[in-house]
Design a binder for this molecule. Sequence first.
Ligand code: TXA
Ligand code: MG
Length: 349
Amino acid sequence: METIIRKISNTIEDAENFRIAGNIIKEGGLVAFPTETVYGLGGDALNPASSQKIYAAKGRPSDNPLIVHIASMEDLAAIVKEIPDTAKKLADAFWPGPLTMIFEKSDLVPRETTGGLETVAVRMPSDPAALAFIKEAGGYVAAPSANLSGKPSPTSAKYVEQDMLGRIEMILDGGDVEIGLESTIVDLTSEIPMILRPGYVTKEMLEACLGLVDLDKTMMNKDTGAAPKAPGMKYRHYAPKGDLCIVEGDNEKVVSYINEQTTRLETEGKKVGIIATDENKDKYSAKIIMSAGSRTREETIAHELYRILRKFDDLDVAYIYAESFDTSGMGQAIMNRLLKAAGHKVIHV
Ligand code: TXA
Ligand code: MG
């Protein structure tokens, strides 16, 4: 299949591109599009065949449900059984934006879209291009991240092309995304709202709005014995080609441990890459060092993480060492993704 690629340029031509993209969705095809979190791989959420195509294009297990993207609050009622007060409060505070909420689904939503579940995940993104596209597509766009299953989520159209060229009908290229990590997922069907995936909207922000909020315990620990409540979180994810290890402990010890490992591996002729911070980047001896940004600005670290993992893949880095981050605020989302990318390989020094 030939994939049409169109740049979104904030000009009059965009309207035509959104119309073309919308028609592809209405006809059962797939379009990748930018959102403020990561690029999405969109299909008609109400068409079972479209959802099946999404799973096939991604190489994703079909028990892993998709998020339904909407462009207006009026469109929510038709796809859910009821809208709890908690959802109204969260929508007021965080929609459009990087928050996904889980509801009981209505009969309009096919099981193919929800991976067989009776619940549906819904998000209203804030990216104007995403909103314009969803409207043209009929209002309900099912979209996982636009990467091949297991790879880091794409934060620019270049990486969507790498994974999806020839597999989908169209890519809307909106340049670099704003946030760089997937949305926060909160389940509103349990008595106490529960975070199933941490993100830019933090636990603290949700609690300020709702009071008590739980975090699915499987999120940050490997060995709780329980399956994660978001089915997708059980799969290996965001994984770079190289062997990724997180090093935690006293800062100077972390730096010297990483430098010792680098010397050993580079002497053996292996390619080593470091995921560093601005505070430490000049202390490393490795040939390939990429800083994700300053520890004082966690949003830059979130923004750079997947880009660096993809960059290390491009460079065929065989061993990757990453510094560790605090798990308060946005750090929770950063460490959640980093731990998954590392297959929970952490060394304490
Ligand atoms: O930021 C985002 O959320 C991006 C952009 C494109 O919007 N999308 C995204 O989709 O990250 P995806 O498919 O890569 O991740 C969706 C996650 C999976 O872990 C899935 O298991 C979970 O949401 N999920 C979806 N529906 C669910 C449901 N009904 N109950 C529990 N978890 C659900
Ligand atoms: Mg994903």
